[in-house]
Ligand binder design. Structure first.
Ligand SMILES: Cc1cc2nc3c(=O)[nH]c(=O)nc-3n(C[C@H](O)[C@H](O)[C@H](O)COP(=O)(O)O)c2cc1C
Length: 386
């Protein structure tokens, strides 16, 4: 735990996470899909954005507060939905949600979390969003929506970029799946990480069982294996804008569509009545060839930024990455892997450390850039549009 306080940046927290987690688990978080060209492309695209600071501006009083979907928050960040965050630490979702709540930023519960939205709401509090995967079994999908509503989540985020399971070959090689069915490599991997076995898996086992997806009904949960997943549990590959529009009508709260990379789709999101979209390539975990969000963000923000709230994610490891996405049109930025590294390294304290690192780096970037408010961060700061 002491090591987390010494971590100076997200990469150093990642190094702690790599040490803490079995390799299969770390790779599940860290890696991409297929040839994994998307990860590098996303990073390179962010690095290619350069800023042109204004100098001799009085930046002695700097603030990062924003109003997002009608709520004030002190930082322009949202914790992205990440399935299986509860394997980073025992009840990792609760640890992560508590860090988000204390930082005053929203935490988005994944459909595929290890802890239920009800438990997280009860034990972590804060502004809970719920991320929805639409499954072939629409009746089951509706139960997720009802549960999120009943648990008090005011924001539904529908992920639309995951119509089939991505081809992540390393997961197969690592024997990584739910429930665990480790192959020889996976067994050796676990044996080499007794700390994680004791601290995470052991605690789940001692508390009553193998971790699984609590949003799925019991009769389905037992069937969640890669080979024997029932047809209804598969991701829907037949959903269309009409269905999303109907879901928007049924959902009383704020409605966010995640996984938009095109202006025409962004306009359809407006037509559906969405309150926000997330310009996202799912952290380069789904379609390896997808465009880096940072490159398509300006066009999308120009197309729909007046009509709905544009959010973005993908590759954020530094505060300057956040500032770049804000400058290119995002109103706030989602963080996926970075806070997972923190959770894996040191539970709530680790996630809090990552949020603090990003806060500090955003603050310094703003000062260098000549910005005192998030509203000062705009296209004018960009050296050359991507
Ligand atoms: C381990 C992991 C699990 C994820 N699970 C989900 C998920 O269940 N639903 C979803 O919409 N996105 C999921 N994502 C994507 C994130 O919400 C987000 O778009 C992405 O991680 C952003 O990129 P970053 O990790 O570089 O910050 C996941 C990402 C990771 C790393």
């Amino acid at each position: 735990m002491a090591a987390i306080g010494k971590a100076l940046n997200v990469d150093e927290v990642k190094a702690l996470a790599r040490r803490a987690l079995p390799r299969g688990m770390f790779e599940f978080v860290e890696r991409g899909t297929e040839g994994e060209t998307g990860l590098g492309a996303t990073r390179l695209a962010l690095d290619a954005v350069r800023l042109r600071p204004s100098v001799l501006v009085d930046v002695s009083s700097r603030r990062q507060d924003v109003t997002l979907l009608g709520k004030d928050q002190p930082l322009p960040l949202v914790v992205a939905p990440t399935g299986l965050a509860g394997l980073m630490w025992h009840e990792g979702e609760i640890e992560l949600a508590r860090a988000a709540a204390k930082a005053g930023i929203p935490f988005c519960v994944s459909t595929q979390s290890i802890t239920s939205v009800e438990d997280i709401a009860k034990r972590a509090g804060g502004d809970l969003w719920f991320q929805l995967y639409i499954l072939k079994d629409r009746a089951l999908t509706d139960t997720f929506v009802e549960r999120a509503k009943a648990a008090g989540s005011g924001t539904l985020m529908v992920t639309v970029d995951t119509v089939v399971s991505p081809k992540r070959e390393y997961n197969t090689h690592n024997g990584f799946g739910i429930p665990f069915k480790p192959n020889l490599r996976g067994t050796v991997d676990f044996a080499l990480h007794p700390g994680w076995l004791w601290r995470v898996l052991g605690r789940y086992l001692r508390a009553g069982g193998i971790p699984t997806f609590p949003h799925y009904p019991p009769e389905f949960r037992r069937k969640i294996t890669r080979d024997a997943m029932s047809e209804g549990l598969r991701l829907a590959d037949d959903m269309t804008w009409d269905e999303i529009a109907a879901l928007r009508q049924r959902w009383p709260g704020r409605f966010v569509i995640k996984g938009i990379l095109r202006e025409d789709d962004a306009r359809r999101a407006v037509d559906c009545g969405a309150d926000a979209i997330v310009v996202s390539n799912h952290g380069a975990r789904n379609l390896d060839a997808s465009a880096p969000p940072v490159e398509v963000l300006p066009g999308i923000a120009d197309a729909v930024g007046e009509q709905l709230t544009v959010l973005a994610d993908g590759g954020v490891r530094r505060g300057s990455d956040v500032v770049k996405l804000l400058a290119l049109g995002a109103k706030a930025v989602l963080v996926g892997r970075a806070t997972l590294y923190g959770t894996a390294a040191a539970a709530e304290a680790g996630a809090a450390r990552v949020i603090e690192i990003l806060r500090d780096e955003i603050d310094r970037t703003m000062a260098f850039a000549g910005c005192t408010r998030i509203a000062d961060i705009n296209r004018d700061l960009i050296h050359r549009l991507p």
